[in-house]
Design a protein around this ligand. Structure first.
Ligand SMILES: [Zn+2]
Length: 228
């Protein structure tokens, strides 16, 4: 069996994945890329056969994906991919982000140390490096996770556990990135992250607020096309 590897979130080094992790990864990418479309049933036995593994790691992966909000389990029906966000849910989610993230960027800027700035910069550069993605699916799901990690690093430095938990509970990036699967998002988002980093480096908390507000507003405007 080929060894699947991934970048470690903390250290940035490459480590082998266990079978359970590798199965999770493969189902995750199929859901993120819409190869398993929103609302579609996910039969455990069929998936286990296709992935050539026993049902146990598939069940484990689905349990984890349920916690992450990407699949749902219904009595007698079993697992299915979560439905795509509705327009209302999308609007609510972006209002929520705009309430919390710009202010968190301001707080993070006020709390920054050389070490925490380096961590945030490391998370930002993780989005641009790494091995070339094997296909479109892995490109998008990798970007989704790297972006979530970057935003979470800022939340950590902002140091409000309640706000950070509220953000994480929404699994925002997982849902958003299913929406944007067919759009060109990555390059523009990277440029916006650069503006934010420039504000952090300058220690300008108001500029950090503005840069995050701008990033999230633009992200909303790019994605809203998915509903048209
Ligand atoms: Zn971002």
């Amino acid at each position: 069996m080929a060894v699947v590897t991934d970048r470690d979130r903390n250290g940035g080094f490459v480590r082998p994945l266990s079978i359970a992790e590798s199965v999770h990864e493969r189902i995750y990418e199929r859901i993120m890329s819409l190869e398993i479309p929103p609302g579609a049933r996910i039969p455990i036995d069929g998936l286990a056969r296709e992935l050539n593994v026993s049902q146990t790691p598939v069940r484990e992966a689905l349990t984890r994906l349920e916690r992450e909000g990407l699949v749902q389990k219904a009595h007698l029906i079993g697992y299915s991919a979560s439905p795509q966000l509705t327009r209302k849910e999308f609007d609510d989610l972006y209002k929520f982000r705009l309430l919390l993230e710009p202010e968190s960027a301001r707080q993070a800027c006020l709390n920054l140390t050389p070490e925490t700035l380096a961590r945030i910069e490391g998370a930002a550069s993780d989005m641009e490096k790494g091995e070339p993605p094997v296909d479109r699916n892995s490109r998008y799901s990798r970007f989704a996770r790297a972006d979530a990690h970057f935003h979470d690093e800022i939340m950590k430095v902002a140091d409000n556990a309640t706000v950070r938990q509220a953000m994480n509970d929404q699994h925002i990036h997982l849902h958003i990135f299913r929406l944007m699967f067919h759009s060109r998002v990555t390059q523009e988002a990277l440029e916006e992250h650069e503006h934010l980093l420039a504000a952090f480096r300058a220690g300008d908390a108001d500029a950090a607020y503005e840069a995050m507000h701008d990033h999230i507003s633009r992200s909303r405007d790019r994605l809203v096309a998915a509903f048209e």
